[in-house]
Ligand binder design. Structure first.
Ligand code: SF4
Ligand code: FES
Length: 207
C-alpha cells in the first residue's frame, strides 16, 4: 500500500491507485474534467496537473501511478498558472452564453481561470433522438462520453470525428444519432461534465 505526501499530508492508497486518487483521498480538490470515477483515465483535458518532487514537468495525475514515498504538490506559482491557462483554453472551446460555460466557469474560476471566452467554433447540435440532445457548442472534447459508450456499454456509437478546430463528437459516417447504433442508454449523458449531452424531458428540451 503506497504512502504519499500530498501538500504535506500523508495518505495511503491501494496498490494500483493513481496520484489523482491519492489527491482526492487526502481531501484535496483539483479539477479532473475528463476523468469519470467509474472509467479508466483518458488523459484528454490536462486539468489534473500536479507537481511531483524529483520529476520534470507537470504530469497529469489521473494517469500517474501512485508510488511509495512520492511527494506531490497540487498548488504552486507555476502549477497554478499553467492549470489556470489550461482551464481558460478549455473554457474558450465553449459557447460563452451556453450551458457548458455556465457549468464550468464558476468552478474554473476557483482555480484562477479568468476568461473571457472566444466564440465556440461548433454551433450545431443533434436533437434527432427523443432521449437527449448533443450540443457541440457546450462540448470540451473530454471524451468521457466516448469511453462510456465504448468501454462501459460496449456499444461504440460515438467517437471524435475530424481534427483541429473541426473536431467534434459524432457517429459513424457522421449520421444523426437517431440513425446510428446508439441505444439511448443515457451513459454518455450521465458522464458529460459540461451538459453538452443533456436529457430531453416529455418531448421537450430539459433546461
Ligand atoms: S459531449 Fe460531454 S462527455 Fe462528450 S466529449 Fe463533449 S464534454 Fe465530454
Ligand atoms: S482528468 Fe487528467 S487529463 Fe483529464
Amino acid at each position: 500500500m503506497p504512502t504519499l505526501t500530498i501538500d504535506g499530508r500523508e495518505v495511503s492508497v491501494p496498490e494500483g491507485a493513481t496520484v489523482l486518487e491519492a489527491v482526492r483521498a487526502a481531501g484535496i480538490d483539483i479539477p479532473h474534467l475528463c476523468k469519470d470515477d467509474d472509467q479508466a483515465p483518458i488523459g484528454a483535458c490536462r486539468t489534473c496537473l500536479v507537481l511531483v518532487e524529483g520529476q520534470r514537468g507537470l504530469p497529469a495525475s489521473c494517469y500517474l501511478p501512485a508510488a511509495d514515498g512520492m511527494r506531490v504538490s497540487t498548488h504552486g506559482d507555476a502549477l497554478d498558472r499553467v492549470r489556470a491557462t489550461v482551464l481558460d483554453l478549455t473554457l474558450a472551446m465553449l459557447d460563452p452564453g451556453g450551458r457548458g460555460a455556465s457549468l464550468l466557469a464558476t468552478e474554473a474560476a476557483r482555480f484562477g481561470a479568468s476568461g473571457p471566452f472566444a466564440p465556440a467554433p461548433n454551433a450545431a447540435f443533434d436533437d434527432s433522438t427523443p432521449a437527449f440532445t448533443l450540443n457541440h457548442a457546450d462540448c470540451i472534447l473530454c471524451q468521457r462520453c466516448v469511453e462510456g459508450c465504448q468501454d462501459v456499454q460496449h456499444i461504440g456509437a460515438i467517437a471524435v470525428l475530424g481534427g483541429g478546430e473541426a473536431a467534434r463528437i459524432g457517429t459513424f459516417l457522421d449520421r444523426p444519432l437517431l440513425q446510428s447504433i446508439c441505444t439511448s442508454c443515457g451513459t454518455c449523458v450521465s458522464v458529460c461534465p459540461t451538459g453538452a449531452l443533456y436529457p430531453r424531458v416529455a418531448g421537450s428540451l430539459a433546461t
